[in-house]
Write a new protein. Sequence first.
Length: 314
Amino acid sequence: MLKKTATQALKANSDKLKERIDKMVVNCDELVTATGMPVSGASNPPESLLDNLIAECDDHVFWLNFKKAAPMLFCALMGHNANIKQVRDMSFMEELLKVKSLMGLMSAKLNKGDANIDIIEYSMATSMLENKLSVLKALNTTVEGDSDEKMTLNIQGTNKAMVIDLVKLKECITFLDNSVEEKNASAEDYMTKIDNIDSTGLSEEDYINKVALAIGEIKKNDNKTLTKDTFIRIFKYTGDFAKMRSQALKLEAQVERIKWFNTNHHMYLEALTKTIQEEEKAYEASSQIIFDKLSISPESFERSQQFLMQDPSL
């Protein structure tokens, strides 16, 4: 009878844990889809990860910045609004007392060897309380020389720190008397906004003028490479312009290939190869026309492409 009861209790706990994990899996999938982040290899991880589960679940060192620096900075920004500052301080005290009380009760019950303990529930609760405690400790961290005007933060995962001018930062903050509507960000929110240009009836010069207007200001990074949005717009319109200019070339090439279709494979392949080479030349010529209009060099475009290809989010 006791064995049956224990088995039922274990199954109930396992079902509860499974339900919680399944919900997190769904949330993760939705977040990956919304952000459009590449997850190559993450869909089929090796089961060996479970052999050292606790260590695998531990925070990456840079992630500690989100748990430490973020709450410190957010709380500092609340300092010049009396009403919100009061809510902030009350919240800190309430959470600290709650964590201390719950951990004390759980510790006492474990020390007594109480058999009516749901180990799975205690483990999950302990993890949640550890996260709360890490935030509370971060909010009680200070650096010698800091004040209401200045905050110094170590950047976890690096050997660097940063000094924040709180006076200037607070000048950038405006408190609203109402809340705003929030929504989950989607992959489209991170994409470069590009308008399609209808080339029907346009001369090459008119089309190029519209391209220059659509691309707008040529923006560059600190390393003199083109920014992501500028590069993608140039890449897109350069390709469209090349297609526009090569339409006649494609028709002529198709007529030439048709003469050898199913009659002379060697000549058909030769015609196809020639078409590819001519299209490459046409694309390069079209690119140069766009580059000249925008006053950028092919070298600058190529360097920007190499730089952006190193960004995994692209």
